[in-house]
Design a protein around this ligand. Structure first.
Ligand code: SF4
Length: 152
């Protein structure tokens, strides 16, 4: 929901801190996730992620979350799906050139990043293009695996 999405950017600092804590808990539970099996967990975890992040960020389940680097403004809500915004088409009032009824997703990313310690540096780092093979998958589980499994 658009209003909630804007609220999340306004509260980017707190949400980012919560997210960091949540990530630590998820990583600390990696033994349990391994025991249950990542394959088995994928569907319920993705469903929970879709529900929570859908409400807070209008998450599109790209499977490679960059919210912490984009001021809690989900780049997949940009009509051009730019991860390195704002684009050059932002209107003078900060609204999107494609969907003038909404604020530019990249503009919101700048505002949200300014509220997160180190957010401006994170936003300045170039983001990779979206890997469509991960669409619909849980970012939460992917991050845990990236942090706990050695590449084979
Ligand atoms: S970056 Fe991807 S996973 Fe993160 S909120 Fe946006 S669509 Fe969802």
């Amino acid at each position: 929901m658009y209003r909630v999405r804007l609220w999340s950017v306004r509260h980017a600092r707190g949400l980012n801190a919560f997210y960091r804590g949540f990530e630590s808990v998820m990583v600390a539970c990696s033994g349990l996730w391994r025991l249950i099996g990542y394959q088995r967990l994928e569907r319920p975890m993705a469903a929970a992620e879709r529900l929570v992040k859908g409400v807070l960020f209008d998450c599109q389940m790209c499977g490679q979350c960059v919210l912490s680097a984009t001021g809690m403004s989900c780049p997949m809500n940009c009509p051009k799906q730019l991860r390195n915004g704002p684009c050059g088409g932002v209107r003078a009032d900060g609204h999107c050139e494609v969907l003038p009824q909404m604020r530019g997703v990249g503009v919101e990313a700048v505002a949200g990043s300014a509220r997160i310690p180190g957010g401006a540096q994170s936003l300045a780092a170039a983001q990779h293009a979206v890997d469509r093979r991960l669409q619909g998958k849980s970012s939460w589980l992917r991050i845990v695996r990236e942090k706990t499994e050695r590449p084979s």
